[in-house]
Design a protein around this ligand. Structure first.
Ligand SMILES: *Cc1c(COP(=O)(O)O)cnc(C)c1O
Length: 369
């Protein structure tokens, strides 16, 4: 028996929507000042490092992890001040939780709604799971209102599309702004389905929806520890009422968070204050970087409550390439959503990384002048 070449077999057998997708591209960052992925640049204090090393040395890696992760959940509860009645569901990063939610709510014809531009995984995961997707444009090019929620358009889309699932990133990625809390509440109140407020950047933001969990039966809050210094661990969680989470729990693969991530995250959460102090430092670096970018001719920078800044230049791809040639890797958003034409996103790093970025940017822009 002879086999068709793998490529043609795959073309025949794989679902059309998957064939049409582009894989999420992660560039090779070795050797660069890495300011492309919102990672925390600081290392952890040596004593804490030693404590983690000791715990890892005796970790029972021959055993499956604790599927309920009771001890880690308790630490998450106390570190994030969750109301006692609220439950926690753990994910292998919050990306996995987005996928779980889509899998659970994707009845035939069900819709996932978000705003645009926002976190690309909402749309991608809708495609993975075959869920209908609707994106409502944010307000653009109106100075101070840039990238804020278009509340009338969003409410109209909710009334029209009746989405089973709504995602709002609070603060939003890649724009960095925090939507109006009142507008988000209006959306939660109008939505016939579940609204997930994605607080990936909670440590850098001035507001949260966790206090409103008890007020809205259709609200869940999603967080991740990735942006706070644990990107490599892959740990996110959903907080909300048990009635929702026990349904999602059935879909969660039993051992989605391994022994080592559970153990290391517990140690780090015992020192949540250390991480939050690092976040405070990054907020100061963010303010400094904002002022510096604001002062550069030809750069329009947007205000941010996250650990990155969005900015617009005359030719984003040329500036991105110029920075890269000078050893600095950021994110080029041009070519994605039309509202992000000539936009770049830089992660807030250490003072030294910020200085290297600014020097490389000045040098690149001078080259065009
Ligand atoms: C980074 C990010 C996530 C995903 O985080 P992981 O936990 O690393 O999967 C989710 N939502 C938003 C808005 C993000 O920016």
């Amino acid at each position: 028996m002879s086999y068709a070449p793998a490529a043609s077999l795959a073309q025949t057998l794989v679902r059309r929507e998957i064939l049409d997708l582009h894989a999420y591209h992660v560039p090779d960052s070795a050797g660069y000042v890495k300011l492309d992925a919102m990672e925390n640049p600081y290392s952890i204090p040596p004593e804490l490092r030693d404590e983690i090393a000791m715990a890892v040395a005796s970790a029972p890696i021959n055993r499956y992890p604790d599927p309920g992760a009771a001890s880690l959940k308790e630490k998450i509860r106390s570190a994030t001040g969750l109301p006692q009645r609220m439950d926690v569901l753990l994910g292998n990063g919050s990306d996995e939780l987005i996928q779980l939610l889509a899998l659970a709510l994707n009845k035939p014809g069900a819709t996932l709604l978000s705003v645009e531009p926002s976190f690309v995984m909402y749309k991608m995961i809708a495609a993975f799971t075959g869920m209908r997707y609707v994106g409502v444009p944010l307000i653009s090019n109106s100075g101070a209102a840039d990238f804020s929620l278009d509340l009338p358009a969003t409410l109209a889309a909710i009334a029209r599309e009746q989405p089973a699932l709504v995602f709002l990133a609070y603060p939003n990625n890649p724009t960095g702004n925090l939507f109006s809390a009142d507008a988000v509440k209006r959306i939660i109140e109008a939505a016939p389905g579940l609204v997930v407020v994605d607080e990936a950047y909670y440590a850098f933001a001035s507001d949260s929806f966790i206090p409103y969990l008890a007020s809205y039966p259709n609200l869940l809050v999603m967080r991740t520890f990735s942006k706070l210094g644990m990107a490599g661990l892959r740990l996110g969680f959903l907080a909300g009422s048990a009635a929702w989470l026990e349904q999602l729990e059935k879909l969660r693969l039993p051992y989605n968070v391994g022994v080592l991530p559970q153990l290391v995250a517990e140690k780090l959460l015992d020192h949540h204050d250390v991480l939050l102090r690092q976040a405070e430092q990054l907020k100061q670096e963010r303010a400094k970087l904002y002022r510096q970018l604001e002062a550069v001719a030809g750069v329009q920078v947007y205000s941010s409550e996250a650990n990155f800044l969005l900015f617009r230049v005359a030719n984003a791809t040329a500036v991105f390439d110029g920075l890269k040639q000078r050893g600095v890797l950021i994110k080029n958003l041009s070519g994605g959503h039309p509202m992000l034409r000539d936009c770049l996103r830089v992660t807030v790093g250490t003072a030294e990384e910020g200085a290297k970025f600014m020097a490389a940017l000045q040098d690149t822009l001078n080259q065009f002048a």
